[in-house]
Ligand binder design. Structure first.
Ligand SMILES: *Cc1c(COP(=O)(O)O)cnc(C)c1O
Ligand SMILES: [Zn+2]
Length: 430
């Protein structure tokens, strides 16, 4: 059972069969999977989806494989919740968090793309999978590839966070740390992909890989009760996720699974790597590549493959973009943790910091529904916050030691509250 028709060039529209091709041989445009939507509409109902597996494969009709899925059978179906404490802190009415920081098995939304890519790689007959990664994709290819008995070659910038490095090595993948940034890693991998018969999930089978991101969008619509939010903020690295969330929303609307679609899509990038947001703000048609410098390493792609489509999505929907400084990223990570109990990685810090900014600027109306896209896990990027959260109070193992410490802290807390209260009074007088 397959509803996949083939591939189509996103630029000139030329059609290709569903094979291992990823650029148009006429115009070098990137290719996209096409489906027989009329046939899908005949079978895909809300009831059908609701009775499906509790994984991203409940949307299997809209995913680009021919047979049954063979990878990522437990991936997707992550929490989605109304974030009332955070809403209060931001002064808004209706705020939701989509939380892929607890995705199975590697704690980022990259489990979705890899589940689809490796199921497809198996159908194509590959025994080896590979990727160029800013960290989370490396973890996902290493893990899912282990489950699927693939040989795995994983390429990353050598200076990634320890959690991302160990989080690839532990699965027994062959990990190559390249002395250079992601864009250099990617260029190298494009050369390797041309020479070796490996499925580079985000290079030569990228059209299939990218479709996995749609499931993040489908889940939001289903979990909101079959309706679309008025605003959604999405982090951008290569620009694929944001474009595919929008594709997912449009597909559900066309299939009449949601009644109306008026969502504005907003782009979030770190200040040290914001080529897409810069183009949005300057109303420019071209994405100027830059050299990344940010603590949000998972988003540090200076020359995003889908940058144009990301920008186009934001523009078409009437959204906007903002950037977050390193300090704002750290503050936002702490804000999400202390209000909603979710520890996200730096990418999530970028997304929340940008959400806060866009609300303050009035770009996102305070009385509308807002979804914050959390895509990764904070335990993987502890370096970012380790000097910003204080330390444990170390004591001798007896009650007196505890009470000495506790009473001293309470006193200084009281003093702090008093001075805070007094200064508030003072500022209202002034
Ligand atoms: C890869 C990644 C993104 C962005 O994905 P793109 O599709 O490349 O734009 C966002 N958040 C996290 C945590 C990621 O690892
Ligand atoms: Zn073309």
């Amino acid at each position: 059972m397959s509803f996949v028709k083939g591939l189509r060039c996103r630029e000139c529209g030329r059609e290709y069969p569903k094979e291992v091709v990823y650029v148009c041989e006429y115009c070098f445009g990137s290719l996209e999977v096409t489906y027989d939507y009329a046939a899908i509409k005949r079978v895909l109902t809300k009831e059908k989806i609701l009775s499906g597996p509790k994984s991203l494969w409940r949307y299997r009709e809209l995913l680009p494989i021919d047979g049954d899925p063979t990878c990522g059978l437990q991936s997707g179906h992550t929490p989605f919740f109304k974030a009332n404490n955070l809403a209060k802190a931001l002064g808004v009415k209706e705020l939701y968090v989509k939380d892929d920081s607890v995705s199975h098995p590697t704690l980022s939304f990259k489990d979705r793309v890899v589940a689809v890519a490796l199921s497809k790689a198996r159908e194509f007959g590959f025994d080896t999978v590979a990727c160029a990664s800013t960290g989370n994709l490396a973890n996902a290819v290493a893990s899912h590839g282990a489950i699927g008995n693939f040989k795995r070659y994983v390429f990353i910038p050598a200076d990634l966070e320890l959690g991302k490095i160990i989080g690839s090595l532990v699965y027994g993948a062959y990990l190559i740390g390249v002395e250079g940034n992601y864009d250099e890693v990617n260029r190298l991998c494009t050369e390797i992909a041309a020479k070796y018969q490996w499925a580079f999930v985000n290079i030569n089978i990228r059209p299939f890989y990218a479709e996995g991101s749609k499931t993040y969008g489908y889940e939001i619509l289903e979990q909101m009760g079959w309706r679309a939010p008025q605003n959604i903020v999405v982090p951008i690295a290569g620009g694929s996720l944001i474009s595919k969330i929008w594709k997912a929303f449009k597909e559900f609307h066309d299939l009449e699974l949601i009644p109306e679609l008026k969502t504005k899509v907003y782009a979030a990038q770190p200040q040290g790597c914001s080529p897409v947001v810069t183009a949005i703000k300057e109303k420019s048609e071209v994405i100027k590549p830059i050299k990344p410098k940010t603590i949000a390493k998972s988003l540090a792609i200076g020359n995003p493959a889908d940058g144009y489509y990301a920008m186009d999505t934001v523009r078409k929907t009437g959204g906007w973009g903002e950037e977050a400084s390193d300090q704002e990223i750290i503050d936002a990570i702490k804000l999400l943790a202390s209000t909603e109990g979710v520890f996200t990685e730096t990418a999530g810090g970028v997304t929340l910091a940008v959400t806060k900014k866009l609300i303050e600027q009035g770009k996102i109306p305070k009385n509308e529904s807002i979804v914050v896209s959390i895509t990764g896990q904070g335990l993987k990027t502890q370096e970012a916050v380790q000097n910003h959260v204080g330390g444990a109070k170390v004591i001798k193992p007896n009650l007196a030691a505890f009470e000495a410490c506790f009473h001293q802290d309470q006193k200084s807390e009281e003093r702090g509250q008093k001075t805070e209260g007094e200064s508030k009074k003072l500022s209202s007088i002034l």
